[in-house]
Design a protein around this ligand. Structure first.
Ligand SMILES: C[S@@+](CC[C@H](N)C(=O)[O-])C[C@H]1O[C@@H](n2cnc3c(N)ncnc32)[C@H](O)[C@@H]1O
Length: 205
């Protein structure tokens, strides 16, 4: 995963300052239809993982909809910018912090590292995972291979930018689109439930 360019950092900082002044709302690249699909599937789930939190738009909603006694694993490396901190992290923690009395485990690391940490600390199987971190082929491959063994039977797997869609940035060359087609869609232990814009939803059978 390449570190953000200087230009990207400038625009993140500009967004952050506008957000801090109340002039911008947290952003998610998921479409409204994708969000509604995610919310339908996460409702009542107990052990929920989100790989790639960004501003925490969906993290906050997962936290509100999942089983109140469950655990939400929010995974993001929150790479620091030249200003010495991650603007995304500040926004995400503030937003998700509005969801009170919930058990949120922040994991500030790469998706595949989080799986290894989880496996060493807990034997609790995951019943919902949203993979939306590193969309390169190698990135999603390492996340998938690390989390796949930790998913319960019946686990819902939601993959963003996994299908070509005119409504998102996913195209035929996107690593996560290629990996989903070549590997995840051919996993005989999974059943494909639906595709909404660039979001594919599978169930572990
Ligand atoms: C597309 S955004 C996530 C959007 C968020 N899921 C949403 O629904 O609004 C991608 C995020 O993944 C994070 N990220 C990048 N590489 C990652 C990796 N290898 N593991 C986990 N997160 C990663 C980035 O820091 C960024 O916040």
């Amino acid at each position: 995963m390449a570190l953000p360019s200087k230009r990207r950092e400038m625009s993140d900082m500009k967004f952050f300052l506008l957000w801090a002044c109340g002039l911008k709302k947290p952003f998610s690249s998921t479409t409204k239809k994708e969000r509604l699909t995610l919310y339908r599937h996460v409702a009542g789930k107990k052990n929920v993982v989100e790989i790639g939190v960004y501003h925490g738009v969906n993290t906050k909603k997962f936290c509100q909809l999942m089983d109140p006694y469950g655990v939400l694993y929010a995974v993001d490396p929150f790479f620091k910018g030249r200003a010495g901190f991650s603007t995304m992290k500040v926004i995400a923690h503030y937003e998700v912090g509005k969801c009170e009395n919930r058990n949120i485990k922040w994991m500030e690391c790469l998706g595949h590292e989080a799986a290894r940490i989880h496996a060493s600390e807990s034997s609790v199987p995951i019943d919902f995972i949203f993979i939306d971190g590193d969309h390169s082929y190698a990135g999603i491959k390492s996340d998938w291979e690390a989390w796949r063994p930790l998913l319960s039977s019946g686990c819902i797997i939601a993959l963003h930018d996994s299908e070509v869609s005119p409504n998102t940035s996913a195209n035929a060359d996107t690593g996560s689109v290629i990996y989903t087609k070549e590997v995840i869609s051919n996993d005989v232990g999974l059943k494909k439930l639906e595709v909404v814009d660039s979001l594919s939803v599978f169930e572990r059978i």
